[in-house]
Design a protein. Structure first.
Length: 704
């Protein structure tokens, strides 16, 4: 009988829910029809006119069994807003762009939004029933743990619904945040994220996944953000947040973006959506792009775009050279802005060519061709940053840091993506200079803290579920990324490829520094040692590579001299190790002067004799007599013997210092015994002689 009573009660509750839902829909339709005639609504209704709102008024629903809270109002439900078809505004935007095409690109037209696919219609009926049911489950679960908590508002998005709860007085916040796993079990969902508190409100948000996921299309996001897009330099459409509002940001204001996420979570799709956003809104004369693709297949479809300054880069050594070129270009642009007297690239582009030439004090007859009319934005996209860091390492890190620190004002922006968010790839300096970060699902909490500085990314759902950290804030925004099919990408690229490609000549002729070529440069020489160039001059002048020679001429120790000789061997200035003999010199003085950028002098011969420099023709060669020859031979023998002893001592010093310490202790003991014997003799002779001896001994110690 009790089971039958429960079944009857459940059927009655279902009938009550269906009746309430029908009343909600009828009341919502009546409010929608009378919305245009009613002019005396509250300010809240006017502010929320863009949101479809279903609010049940003057109705009470018993959801608690205690005496203190018998009747509570139902929560306010905010559904995703309707699609606003603003075709006229979109067409007017394209018409304004087409009125004044720049020179050389008269035939280029931006892609129409019709090339993108639209999303399916949203079923609001099923969504209403689902969020009401989950709200009751949340309240009952909190009651089971002894908390009287009420759901006051629900915001639904394409994938996530946020339930705002109001805490009772005296309830600590950490007691609620610790129930995330228990709430996920009660709601039968993979994970639950608690936002405590919601920014700008005194409520706590509980983000719960929806049973049915809705696909967010790029076309929908663009149609809903036309007015915001028109005010941006480089609009980027990321997706929709938990309330269903479009997430559109300006890359020029971020000014760089870091994207992280494990394989299969939507990282590459997001990167394609960002590139397509730029293609849909920016002309080739407004934004130029450089793409680095270590995988060789992710960005290969964009190889025909007129926006590219260089073909898609798949060689990581060439990528390092491209980043070095970007640093030089950044410095050149800053120099130009300083001469013109402006602070930002937008101010320079607004001047016009005549005003720029006037500020540069260039006459009309001397109109230089290298002064640009406008400076385009440069966007550098790197698909896999981990491969780039492992190949080039510190050089790439330094280039990225310099660009991230200074390039905002001159219009150079970075978009870096990685599926390996570790401290070796995303170093502290890189992360501190990339404030805008976008994280999809990662493997662990450690990876989440590396990217976002807090946990949360490890609990995401995948397939486009993301957390976005806006620069300058510590608040994470959860959203669903835009989906873009391969057919849409191919269609947009085919339309954009109608324009002619215009690669930059200096990038095409850029030489890659190959470490195996054996060539050296002054930049490498300066980074070796502050005495490295002086040591090279000594070795070339004397015609032999000897450690003892550098010790005497430069006044340095054997260890430093040996390192300098090893550096010279790496740079092919001297030959390989030749036993006790001095190393052969492979470079002449004219070649060294040419490497320094100096004009070779005439008093040097191009040929180097093994062991000695060829005699200068300007000087008369003097034949030494027998005594000088004997002295020179004896000097060379001593020199070679000194080299052998010094190298042997250096090797023993590297193998271990224990033997030297024992020998030093024995020598100190012997010296101490001798000193004691001498002290006894001086005591017999008198105090004066002993004092003289102490002074002499102190002088000897200081000398040693």
């Amino acid at each position: 009988e009790s089971d039958q009573e429960k079944l009857v009660d459940e059927e009655e509750m279902e009938e009550v829910e269906e009746e309430e839902y029908d009343e909600d829909v009828d009341e919502y339709e009546d409010e929608e029809d009378e919305d245009e005639e009613d002019e005396e609504e509250d300010e809240e209704v006017e502010d929320e006119a863009r949101v479809r709102e279903v609010e049940v008024k003057d109705q009470k629903l018993t959801v608690r069994g205690d005496d203190g809270h018998e009747e509570t109002p139902q929560p306010k439900i905010r559904l995703p807003k309707k699609k606003r078809k603003k075709v006229d505004e979109r067409e007017q935007l394209y018409a304004d762009v087409k009125e004044s095409p720049p020179s050389g690109l008269e035939d280029y037209r931006l892609p129409q939004i019709d090339l993108l696919e639209a999303s399916d219609d949203i079923s609001y009926d099923e969504q209403l029933l689902e969020v009401r049911r989950k709200a009751r489950i949340l309240e009952s679960t909190f009651r089971d743990f002894g908390f009287n908590i009420r759901v006051v508002e629900i915001e639904t998005g394409p994938v996530i619904a946020q339930y705002e709860i109001e805490l009772e007085a005296g309830l600590r916040l950490n007691k609620i945040t610790g129930l995330a796993d228990d709430l996920a079990i009660a709601l039968r969902v993979p994970s639950v994220r608690i936002v405590a508190p919601i920014p700008g409100k005194n409520t706590v948000g509980i983000e719960v996944p929806n049973e049915t996921r809705q696909v967010v299309r790029l076309r929908d996001v663009m149609e809903e953000s036309d007015s915001r897009m028109a005010k941006m330099n480089i609009p980027v459409f990321l997706g929709k947040d938990v309330s269903g509002n479009p997430m559109v940001v300006d890359l020029a204001k971020m000014p760089h973006l870091l994207i992280a996420g494990r394989t299969g979570t939507g990282k590459s799709v997001c990167l394609n959506a960002i590139i397509t956003s730029i293609l849909m809104c920016c002309r080739p004369d407004e934004v130029r792009m450089l793409m680095i693709d270590p995988k060789m297949v992710e960005l290969s479809g964009y190889g025909r775009l007129p926006h590219l300054m260089h073909p898609v880069i798949v060689d990581m050594k060439k990528a390092e050279a491209i980043l070095a070129w970007a640093v030089e270009k950044m410095e050149e642009r800053y120099t130009l802005l300083a001469k013109v007297g402006v602070r930002h690239i937008n101010s320079f582009n607004a001047l016009g060519r005549d005003e720029v030439l006037r500020r540069l004090e260039i006459e009309d007859g001397d109109d230089p061709k290298d002064v640009p009319d406008k400076l385009p934005f440069i966007v550098i996209v790197a698909d896999e940053m981990a491969d780039l860091m492992m190949t080039a390492g510190k050089d790439v890190e330094q280039h990225i840091i310099r660009i991230a620190q200074k390039s905002r004002a001159v219009g150079i922006h970075l978009i870096l993506a990685t599926q390996k968010p570790t401290v070796n790839v995303i170093t502290g300096l890189i992360k501190s200079n990339l404030p805008a970060r976008l994280s999809f699902q990662v493997a662990s909490k450690t990876d989440s803290r590396v990217v976002l500085d807090e946990n949360g990314a490890d609990k995401l759902l995948g397939n486009g579920d993301m957390l976005f950290l806006w620069p300058g804030t510590s608040t994470l925004i959860r959203g669903q990324g835009t989906f873009l099919s391969d057919d849409e990408i191919d269609t947009v690229c085919a339309h954009c490829s109608m324009g002619e490609q215009n690669f930059v000549g200096e990038l095409m002729n850029l030489k890659v520094d190959d470490g195996e070529s054996g060539e050296t440069s002054m930049e490498q020489i300066k980074n070796r040692d502050e005495l490295y160039d002086s040591a090279i001059e000594v070795v070339i002048r004397e015609g032999r590579g000897s450690c003892s020679l550098l010790q005497r001429c430069l006044g340095i120790g054997y260890g430093r001299a040996a390192k300098l000789i090893d550096f010279m061997a790496e740079d092919k200035i001297v030959g390989d190790y030749n036993g006790s003999k001095a190393r052969e010199v492979l470079m002449t003085m004219p070649q060294w002067e040419q490497l320094q950028g100096l004009e070779p002098s005439d008093d040097h011969d191009d040929n180097v004799v093994t062991g000695r420099v060829a005699p200068s023709p300007a000087k008369k060669q003097v034949v030494p007599d027998e005594e000088e020859e004997e002295y020179e031979e004896e000097y060379e023998d001593d020199d070679e013997e000194y080299d052998e002893n010094a190298e042997a001592e250096y090797e023993e010093e590297e193998d271990g210092e224990a033997e030297y310490e024992d020998e030093d202790e024995d020598e100190e003991e012997d010296e101490y015994e001798v000193a004691e014997g001498e002290d006894d003799e001086y005591e017999e002779e008198g105090d004066e002689e002993y004092e003289d001896y102490e002074e002499e001994e102190e002088y000897e110690d200081e000398t040693v």
